[in-house]
Design a binder for this molecule. Structure first.
Ligand code: FAD
Length: 378
């Protein structure tokens, strides 16, 4: 399929990713959902050649693939199409990599980005025990000691914390300064003081694992500070302003999967001697959804291209993110309706798409928060 927005190399990247996922992942998606676990060998396979899902945006000088955001979006859309439970693997690598790229010292970049590119996993813990939409109100603290910091508090929904070799945590280093007193910290391994409280169960995206984590006097040495002291919230939001673009691409991928399932069903389901797609009541909503999916993809490409060209893109990123999320919800709702009773049956993937969509859209900031970001840029 030709896409006028993509060059030849990008079309090849899209086709290679789609073929690989179709062969290696699609046969496992139902079992991943049923068992609520992505088998470790499958994760390892996806971190190796040819996809190298944690190496996508790591620069080549650190052994990464050196892809721009546009290329990462092409991969993320295909992952969202084939198996959304795997998207968090792409996304936490994006979050971790951009944390290092935007805030890391040369030494930190060399150390962590090289390991990330070579198949290790790093995670990102911003969301605190309170509302995720208000990171400035977080309660976790970082108290200074002679040669480091002691972190205390609770983090929620830390995706793939269990398999991560390193993590970025945000905590208040100057609580009296509110949002202007937050710092980022890199934590190596699973040291004493990093306590895994529970796995946050969700109705969809089953297989991906998000953990509630307690920081109990967790010691981080001075060299673990990420970026400047007290400038962690600015860093966290700068990271999200980039990674939300590929997340929007993932939403578009799942919306396209729901759309394809609905069209295939509508063409073969005969009612009164005609396929149901012959009814305008079915055909027109599908046409409208087709347009919305195209628009979500184009908005995502626009934000990605602006990022890759070094332009400001906050408004465009949050526009793509909320539009793609709303498109995804419209897609799974329509697909479920078109399939009639089969929309809720495990015989078809659509019921899983519905669960996946609702379990996913709040990641990296809700629809409402993205609209708030856009409104502040108007
Ligand atoms: C699949 C998944 C993976 C995740 N992985 C991670 C991770 O790895 N690391 C991490 O740190 N976090 C992670 N998160 C957490 C995510 O960032 C938060 O869920 C998100 O920020 C929303 O926070 P909340 O769920 O606490 O909702 P709340 O902030 O409690 O919001 C509740 C409702 O209030 C609305 N609301 C809040 N503020 C406003 C406002 N000002 N105006 C209008 N409406 C408002 C929201 O839109 C929402 O509808 C993940 C979430 C999901 C779903």
């Amino acid at each position: 399929m030709t896409d006028v927005m993509l060059n030849g190399a990008q079309e090849k990247l899209r086709d290679m990713t789609r073929e690989y996922l179709t062969q290696e992942v699609l046969p496992h998606t139902a079992a991943i959902d049923r068992d609520d676990i992505i088998p470790e060998p499958l994760i390892r396979k996806l971190l190796g050649e040819p996809l190298r899902l944690t190496a996508l945006s790591v620069p080549r000088e650190y052994d990464g693939m050196g892809l721009g955001t546009m290329d990462v979006c092409i991969v993320a859309e295909q992952v969202g199409y084939a198996c959304p439970a795997l998207i968090p693997l792409v996304e936490i690598a994006q979050l971790f990599a951009h944390g290092l790229l935007y805030g890391g010292t040369d030494q930190q970049k060399k150390n962590y980005l090289t390991r990330l590119a070579n198949g290790m996993v790093g995670c990102y813990a911003l969301t605190d025990e309170g509302p995720g939409s208000d990171p400035a109100g977080m309660k976790s603290t970082a108290g200074k000691t002679k040669d480091g910091w002691l972190l205390n508090g609770r983090k929620r929904l830390v995706t793939f914390a269990d398999i991560s070799e390193f993590s970025i945590f945000f905590a208040k280093s100057s609580p009296e300064k509110g949002g202007r007193g937050i710092s980022g910290f890199i934590v190596e391994g699973k040291p004493k003081g990093l306590v895994f409280e529970s796995h946050a169960a969700t109705m969809g995206l089953r297989g991906h694992r998000a953990f509630n984590v307690v920081l109990d006097n967790l010691f981080v040495p001075d060299q673990g500070l990420l970026g400047k002291q007290d400038e962690g919230l600015r860093l966290a939001l700068e990271i999200l302003n980039t990674t939300r673009i590929s997340l929007a691409a993932g939403f578009t991928g799942l919306a396209a999967a729901a759309f394809d399932a609905a069209v295939a069903f509508a063409k073969q389901r005969m009612v009164g001697g005609n396929p149901i797609i012959a009814n305008q009541a079915i055909a027109f909503p599908l046409s409208e959804l087709s347009a919305r999916i195209d628009a979500a993809r184009l908005l995502t490409y626009r934000a990605a291209l602006m990022h890759d060209r070094g332009m400001q893109h906050k408004r465009e990123t949050s526009t793509a993110k909320f539009y793609a999320a709303e498109t995804l919800i419209s897609a799974v709702e329509l697909a479920s309706r078109v399939l009639g009773a089969y929309g809720a049956s495990p015989e078809y993937p659509v019921e899983r798409y519905v669960r996946d969509a609702f379990s996913w859209i709040a990641a990296q900031g809700t629809i409402e928060v993205q609209k708030l970001v856009v409104s502040r840029e108007l």
